[in-house]
Design a protein around this ligand. Structure first.
Ligand code: ASP
Length: 452
């Protein structure tokens, strides 16, 4: 028998109804031994997440404003669940401990972490599992950087003593014993670390969607679900805006070759999306040539032209130096023989475009500089693209037929993605056209294969 680690996100633990679903999911598979939980999220539109309320408490404390009522809203939510589920998790005792700390101006990280802490205490009692606090097990250095190996060891040793346990997500501590949280959404990372530490056969991430869709459903009508995606493909897709899972959650699981299964607490029979190694994805014959399409708007392309640029050593290095001086992250640097373009998110430029261009002009002495603003980037991603004929033709024809002007093309050397830059106004139209073209491509590919 293997071990499964199941992490439940905020919406999956928001109230009694969701917790009842969690319990039936956990109990339906005895391999689900280690459960990682977020703090209760929103129960309905306009509701508050517990984590947000706790951060707000901290702001009140800092400004010497009364916080009692606010904290009462937090405790009432847990208490109502405890009473409704008819369990005794001794929460009142825990509330008292936290209230005492509130008078000592605790750190924002400590306060925010109590959302996960209280929830794990409650859910452990509900499931009859041990409660294992992650505070001393998830280790950060004094600069707040996660210590992966130390954490792996500490978690592994502790969990070996518990046949089944519930752990709070989101936080650990620094060497001086202070609570330290991950960035928002970080319970995903805790789940991945726990999965690695117990050598789980799968890391299930239970949320409120049935995995990933091939494209944004606000743009494409009923896009197909992605059944399996490689860690690398997901990086490419989340990088351009498709984030469901915290970015840093992939690494620990990937290191131990543990697949991550995104599942829907509200549709537990749906198999969701499996995030696996490249080999597994390639083996899955049921998947089409592309895995997904994602993108985002608001980039600027600065194109530099210089005669004989190719023989001028250090040109690109100097571009990178300037970006470094301005602390600007770039997205892509597509190049030609005498041209180099730099693609940057507008949010990186922060109104410094003129200054940066001036710097390019004086330090690089290009023959000309073109600036193309309002660019959207769209990544079409799929490992199988490299081995099938006609994939790039399908993509570019689709855009031409939809009347979309392509302003930039970039293809990773792995041939796993093709990135196109289009004008912001064409963004939705382009994604829809690419998606539809590949649905057709797939249909005709199947027809040919069936015929042969
Ligand atoms: N509760 C934290 C947040 O809202 C962490 C998490 O849910 O993953 O960001």
């Amino acid at each position: 028998m293997g071990i499964k680690v199941a992490k439940f996100g905020g919406s999956s633990v928001a109230d009694c109804i969701q917790l009842a679903k969690l319990k039936s999911i956990v109990e339906s598979d005895e391999e689900r031994k280690y459960i990682v939980v977020s703090a209760p999220g929103k129960r309905f539109d306009g509701d508050n997440k517990i984590t947000d309320l706790l951060y707000l408490c901290k702001t009140h404390i800092e400004h010497n404003l009364p916080y009692d009522q606010l904290f009462q809203v937090v405790t009432d939510r847990y208490r109502a669940v405890e009473l409704n589920l008819g369990i005794d998790a001794d929460l009142v005792k825990h509330f008292e401990g936290i209230k005492k700390r509130l008078t000592e101006n605790p750190s924002a990280d400590y306060l925010a972490s109590r959302g996960e802490y209280l929830n794990a205490v409650l859910i452990a009692a509900y499931l009859g599992y041990d409660f294992v606090d992650t505070e001393s097990l998830i280790k950060f250095d004094s600069n707040g950087k996660l210590l992966m190996e130390e954490t792996d060891k500490a978690l592994g040793e502790e969990l070996a003593k518990h046949a089944a346990a519930v752990l709070p997500g989101f936080y650990g501590s620094t060497p001086d014993g202070k609570v330290k949280t991950f960035s928002r959404g970080g319970s995903d990372i805790t789940g991945s670390l726990v999965a690695r530490a117990v050598k789980a056969k799968v890391y299930e991430n239970w949320t409120d969607v049935s995995g990933f869709l091939m494209a944004d459903p606000r743009i494409v009508h009923k896009p197909k679900q992605i059944r399996s995606i490689s860690y690398m493909e997901l990086r490419e897709l989340s990088y351009v805006g498709a984030g469901v899972l915290h970015e840093d959650a992939i690494y620990p699981a990937r290191l131990a070759n543990i697949p991550i299964n995104i599942r829907n607490t509200n549709e537990p029979l749906d198999e969701g999306t499996m995030i696996t190694s490249l080999e597994e994805v390639v083996r899955d014959e049921s998947q089409g040539v592309i895995t997904g399409i994602a993108g985002s708007k608001d980039f600027t392309v600065v194109a530099l032209y210089k005669n004989m640029m190719s023989s001028e050593r250090g040109f690109v290095r100097r571009i990178l130096g300037i970006l470094d001086d301005y602390n600007i992250d770039f997205e892509h640097i597509p190049s030609g023989i005498d041209t180099v373009s730099v693609v940057m998110a507008n949010s990186q430029l922060e109104g410094r475009l003129e200054e940066v261009i001036e710097e390019f002009r004086s330090r690089l002495r290009p023959d000309s500089i073109d600036v193309i603003g309002n660019i959207a980037l769209i990544a079409t991603v799929g490992h199988r693209m490299a081995s099938r004929r006609g994939t790039s033709a399908t993509l570019f024809n689709a855009l031409a037929e939809a009347g979309v002007n392509i302003r930039m093309i970039d293809q990773g050397s792995s041939e796993m993605n093709i990135i196109v830059g289009v004008e912001n106004k064409d963004f939705e139209k382009a994604i829809d056209a690419i998606y539809k073209a590949f649905v057709k491509y797939e249909e005709s590919y199947e027809e040919v294969n069936n015929y042969q």
